[in-house]
Design a protein around this ligand. Structure first.
Ligand code: DGJ
Length: 718
């Protein structure tokens, strides 16, 4: 969400030189995408094209013309992009083109605004586009401005409306539940409406993630087919609506979910929607993912082009049962592993209601004097003395009904009047819309940092979604709740980031409940799932890799699952590596393996985080998953191969690699081996040309494979 504020149109584009587009074709283009409109003053704005770049000479041949951003209540009888009820009760909006302004902000970015207005009513709509040339990403959002003398009511407010005209449409959605996030499901769209949405408010993405692929004409593969990859930068209720009309055209509406959120816009007020981010590829999903990842690292994720710390978390090892002595002992585990940081999880706070289980204490962010008599500062000091950094878990938006905070401020929580309180994990949600609550949350982080300037990391958790939803602060205007809650969250994050711009913070929402680019501009990574069984994680991380860069996908080695430590480690290494394990329960071999894996990861992580990702064999198609990262020079690559649950004597074909130089020679080197074991992969030590590797391939899964085993190969050209 840009912001809801009073903005004058003069301010909107006083920034610098503007130039008008020739004729009436409006181009929103990147290196390989054209998104074309026709705008004639006083007439409807049409979308003519969205797809692979065309030569300008072809523009004249474009016959398709669909109303680009449809106001409800006029001729179009399908789903509208915007619906307004004016002060006099007139429920229609007739949007006509006024002008377009285009600004080349820098060599990689052009910003375009298309101005629309109703000829009769003083409602204006501005369509914004940012085109990022090299990454082939377009972001788009809408401003709706009330210039009337009274309030207008807004019940639909799409960030974008995209139109397609193809034979068939295939939608890939990513859905699931707690511990089963990002399950990939592709289906053909049929006539009528398909909606993917969330009404959960906080932890909004628990069932559906705000991401999708849309393939036109035929299903897209990793390397073939026309595909759009899209996502919404909004940490709250979202909606993607796909409607096929009577002529088999598809419209795709994206934005905040209008559910229970009819918005009253005051005179002079502007409603700005969150950004919809999309890319288009005519060579399959792999390219679309690489576009988004490159763009996200550069423009969307906090410090997206910077490195990340490896860490040891204590959650799965101790839960809330620890004391100072035990923690200091655990620091030794972090030291032995060679990771950068120790992360103290839930359970360190609360005195009147100590946090000894999940029933008490949230909101009372004072160290539990019994568990930690010398406080967090002592732990930070001890960790620093041992040469590691220290990070801490917080769940700032929540409160336990058994807490001093709740006793003091029963009006600070979201809850319906005249109804019983409804709990999830025994907790309630603070009313982030209330500025006093915003101050409380900001102060929590601020005081913690002032007291412990060496605190190096925060895990920001959020373990329930909204039910029983009512804001005591908003009183009668409850239809603002879902939107204002998310804006309240952003306000807090903006204050935190203004003071602590680079403090690494992992966003966690009981697993993958918050995974979106609205949040990621304030966070350095996210926790994809509480399910850390590595076989499950292959699927979950595979899902996220379609839309998010690797250095944002926190992946920890844990004791969940019965697989070998090597398999668990190799799976965590395809993301942002961490540990959440009892280090003192490891055998000497396991510890020595883990130490060298951490070192290995440190050396390989620039390729894993910043390289191009090629998903080679999908676990949805075979009983294995193979993927590789190639660095920008194409001289180094890392390949991960995971054999899942295999049939007896199952045979796998060679895997064709991607992204290498055809003429260069590459050495294949197996890495991440258990101490004393020799490289098992038959390709180890061999030299091949890139051409061979990409056309004939590598035998990464040789005969006599054991189920649930893995191989990591470095592919190096000197
Ligand atoms: C849910 C998180 O996903 C876990 O990693 C852990 O931090 C717990 N919350 C703590 O309550």
């Amino acid at each position: 969400m840009k912001k809801i504020a009073l903005l004058s149109t003069a301010f909107l584009f006083s920034i610098s030189l503007l130039y008008a587009q020739p004729a009436n074709i409006i181009e929103v283009s990147t290196n390989h995408i054209n998104y074309l409109f026709t705008g004639t003053p006083g007439a409807t704005l049409y979308q003519n094209y969205l797809g692979t770049s065309l030569k300008k000479e072809s523009y004249g041949n474009l016959k398709d013309a669909t109303e680009a951003y449809v106001g409800a209540g006029m001729k179009d009888v399908f789903e509208p992009a915007v619906r307004v009820v004016h002060a006099d009760g007139n429920p229609s909006l007739d949007l006509r083109f006024v002008k377009v302004q285009t600004q080349k902000t820098n060599s990689n970015l052009t910003e375009t605004i298309i101005y629309l207005k109703d000829p009769v009513y003083l409602t204006e709509v501005n369509l914004h586009f940012k085109s990022f040339y090299n990454e082939d990403v377009i972001t788009t959002w809408t401003e709706i401005i009330n210039k009337e003398k009274s309030n207008i009511s807004l019940s639909h407010y799409a960030s974008s409306m995209l139109h397609f005209n193809a034979d068939k449409y295939f939608l890939t959605q990513f859905h699931g539940d707690w511990a089963r996030e990002m399950d990939m499901l592709e289906s053909e769209l049929t006539s009528g409406i398909k909606i993917i949405d969330s009404k959960l408010g906080s932890r909004a993405n628990m069932y559906q993630s705000p991401v999708f692929f849309l393939a036109n004409n035929r299903q897209a593969t990793e390397t073939e087919g026309e595909v759009i990859a899209g996502t919404l930068a909004w940490t709250g209720n979202f909606q993607f609506l796909f409607e096929i009309d009577r002529t088999n055209r598809l419209r795709v509406l994206t934005g905040i979910n209008p559910f229970a959120s009819t918005f009253s816009l005051k005179p002079g007020e502007t409603f700005s929607t969150p950004e919809f981010i999309f890319t288009y590829s005519n060579s399959g999903k792999g390219q679309a993912s690489r576009n988004l990842q490159k763009w996200a690292r550069k423009y969307a994720v906090l410090d997206g082009e910077e490195s990340r710390m490896t860490l040891l978390n204590n959650w799965e090892a101790t839960h809330v049962k620890f004391d100072e002595e035990k923690l200091v002992e655990l620091f030794d585990g972090a030291k032995q592993l060679g990771v950068d940081l120790f992360l103290l999880d839930d359970g360190w706070f609360g005195n009147k209601y100590p946090r000894n289980d999940d029933k008490t204490g949230l909101g009372d962010w004072q160290e539990d004097r019994k568990k930690l008599p010398n406080g967090i500062s002592y732990l930070v000091k001890e960790a620093t003395a041992k040469g590691i950094k220290f990070g801490i878990w917080l769940e700032p938006e929540m409160v336990s009904p058994k807490s001093e905070l709740y006793e003091k401020h029963p009006d600070w929580v979201l809850k319906l009047p005249n109804r019983e309180e409804a709990y999830q994990r025994n907790q309630l949600i603070l009313d982030l819309i209330n500025p006093k609550v915003q101050d409380f949350v900001f102060d929590l982080v601020d005081k913690m940092m002032i007291k412990n300037p060496d605190l190096a990391y925060i895990k920001w958790d959020n373990n329930r979604f909204m039910t029983n939803t009512y804001s005591p602060y908003l009183k009668k205007d409850q239809s603002r709740l879902y939107i204002d809650y998310t804006l309240g969250f952003y306000k807090i994050m903006q204050r935190i980031r203004a003071k602590y711009p680079h403090l690494p913070i992992m966003l966690c929402a009981g697993g993958g409940g918050r995974t979106d680019y609205g949040a990621l501009k304030y966070f350095t990574s996210f926790w994809p799932s509480d399910n850390t069984d590595p076989v499950e994680r292959v699927f979950i991380q595979w899902g996220y890799s379609n839309f998010f860069p690797t250095n944002t996908i926190s992946s920890h080695v844990t004791s969940m699952g019965k697989q070998s430590l090597k398999f668990r480690t190799d799976v965590a290494m395809m993301g942002k590596l961490g540990y959440d394990i009892k280090v003192n329960g490891m055998t000497p071999d396991e510890l020595s393996f883990s130490r060298s894996a951490v070192q290995n990861y440190k050396q390989l992580s620039p390729i894993i985080w910043f390289g191009d990702l090629y998903r080679l064999i999908s676990p949805y198609e075979q009983d294995r998953a193979v993927l590789m990262y190639v660095d920008s020079t194409k001289n180094k690559a890392v390949l991960f191969s995971y054999n899942l649950y295999l049939r007896k004597k199952q045979i796998f074909e060679k895997v064709k690699l991607q992204g290498l130089y055809p003429q260069k020679e590459y050495l294949i080197k197996e890495t991440n081996l258990m101490p004393g074991s020799l490289a098992e992969n038959p390709e180890n030590g061999k030299l091949y040309t890139g051409e061979y590797l990409m056309n004939i391939g590598l035998n990464v899964s040789p005969a006599k494979l054991k189920p649930v085993t893995s191989t990591v190969l470095e592919i190096i050209s000197e």
